[in-house]
Design a protein around this ligand. Structure first.
Ligand SMILES: CC1(C)O[C@H]2[C@@H](O1)[C@@]1(COC(C)(C)O1)O[C@@H]2CNc1nc2cc3nc(N)[nH]c(=O)c3cc2[nH]1
Length: 373
């Protein structure tokens, strides 16, 4: 347990940053990837296995946990770390995004969001205050502000409305935050792909003051080019002495491009979700294990990978598990994908330390162009 929440900027290579975030439940080396543990579990993985992949922090979701099993119940049982047997840091998303993407009927007002649960249709309210309180009950090391993430594409006026509301909600979130040694709260920059709105959002959030700053409002279908161009004018105006977290990203090449643009932290359902849909991510690109070409292939997914899946099992076996819908197939592919994502982050951390990040990027893309996966 550390006594204060802090971010150390350990080195840079161009705009890429190597850092370390210190929290109540331990340190996180950045650039870092957070596996998504939506309902207090990283699906198909034991927490010990998630730790073995190299993950130093997990993401949890206010929306899902408030519906089931309930934040009060988790608080009474000792908090989310104890509940899910994960003793390292946890970041929880604040619920606004999940309400908009998952809940049935929902109504946004100045006060917050009223929605119907996608599980049982019951009505719930989420406000900056209640979201912040739920995240405290979960004992999240990093609490996210309650915000509104508009679907893109959207008219600039709508994007501005959502950004201004999110900034008012950010102040209310900060006022509701319980400051404790080792615990931090991140503001979420909004503004779509509009340079002036992004700059205004950063200015308003830094005026309030947070332990870190997320870039929200992206990875909502805008595409990589628009995401990167938005990062090009957003990260340079963000504080350099605080972590920068790009929410919901992404594919391996998204991560490399975003680290090159100064992002420190990421979360995405992709590696774990792909593990359940028979898609493996490797240094040479993605492999679909439903494809019959693997039926007799004795090779591992990736000869250079040191994960239990690649050390002990063939593509032929993974194809068999996929075709027979065996649970072990989900487990092995999820493990491999999370291991690969952590290897990718570790490779970028080392490249930044050694100031060879440009070469890392060239090699990363060259391998993927070689094909033959
Ligand atoms: C709903 C679900 C599971 O979350 C994934 C995935 O589907 C999907 C759906 O379409 C794609 C793009 C392919 O990825 O979008 C999610 C990944 N993008 C993303 N996550 C975010 C979370 C966020 N949280 C907050 N509080 N504020 C944000 O602005 C925010 C923005 C985000 N953008």
């Amino acid at each position: 347990m550390t006594d204060t929440f802090k971010f150390e900027l350990l080195g840079t290579d161009g705009k890429a940053r190597r850092g370390r975030v210190h929290t109540a439940h331990g340190a996180i080396n950045t650039p870092a990837f957070m596996p998504v543990g939506t309902a207090a579990t990283v699906k198909a993985m034991m927490p010990e296995s998630v730790a073995e992949t190299g993950a130093e922090i997990l993401l949890g979701n206010t929306y899902h946990l408030m519906l089931r099993p309930g934040a009060e119940r988790i608080e009474k049982l000792g908090g989310l770390h104890k509940f899910m047997n994960w003793d390292k840091p946890i970041l929880t998303d604040s619920g606004g995004f999940q309400v908009m993407s998952l809940a049935q009927l929902r109504k946004i007002t100045e006060d917050g969001v009223r929605f119907r649960s996608h599980i049982d249709g019951a009505y719930y309210d989420l406000t900056p205050e209640s979201s912040t309180e739920i995240q405290r009950q979960l004992d999240a090391d990093i609490t996210m502000c309650f915000d509104e993430c508009p679907a893109l594409p959207a008219p600039k006026e709508r994007v501005n409305e959502a950004m201004q509301l999110s900034m008012r909600w950010a102040r209310r979130s900060r006022e509701a935050f319980t400051h404790r040694p080792g615990y931090g709260q991140f503001g979420i920059v909004q503004g779509g792909t509009e340079k002036d709105l992004r700059e205004e959002s950063v200015e308003k959030l830094t005026e309030i003051g947070f332990e870190g700053y997320a870039i929200g409002g992206l990875a909502v279908g805008e595409g990589q080019e628009l995401m990167f161009s938005t990062l090009d004018f957003t990260t340079p105006v963000m504080p350099t002495d605080k972590p920068r977290y790009l929410m919901g990203v992404g594919k391996p090449d998204d991560l490399v491009g975003a680290v090159a643009r100064g992002v420190d932290m990421f979360d995405c359902v992709l590696p774990s979700r792909s593990g359940r849909t028979a898609e493996a991510w490797t240094r040479r690109g993605s492999v679909n294990l439903r494809n019959a070409r693997h039926k007799d292939d004795p090779r591992p997914l990736d000869e250079n990978c040191t994960c239990p899946c690649c050390k002990n099992y063939s593509r032929a076996y993974l194809y068999h598990l996929t075709k027979t819908k065996e649970i072990l197939g989900l487990m092995l592919l999820t493990w491999h994908n999370l291991h690969y994502y952590q290897e990718l982050m570790a490779g970028m951390r080392t490249a930044i330390e050694e100031e060879t990040f440009d070469k890392f990027v060239v090699d990363f893309h060259a391998l993927r162009e070689q094909g033959d996966i």
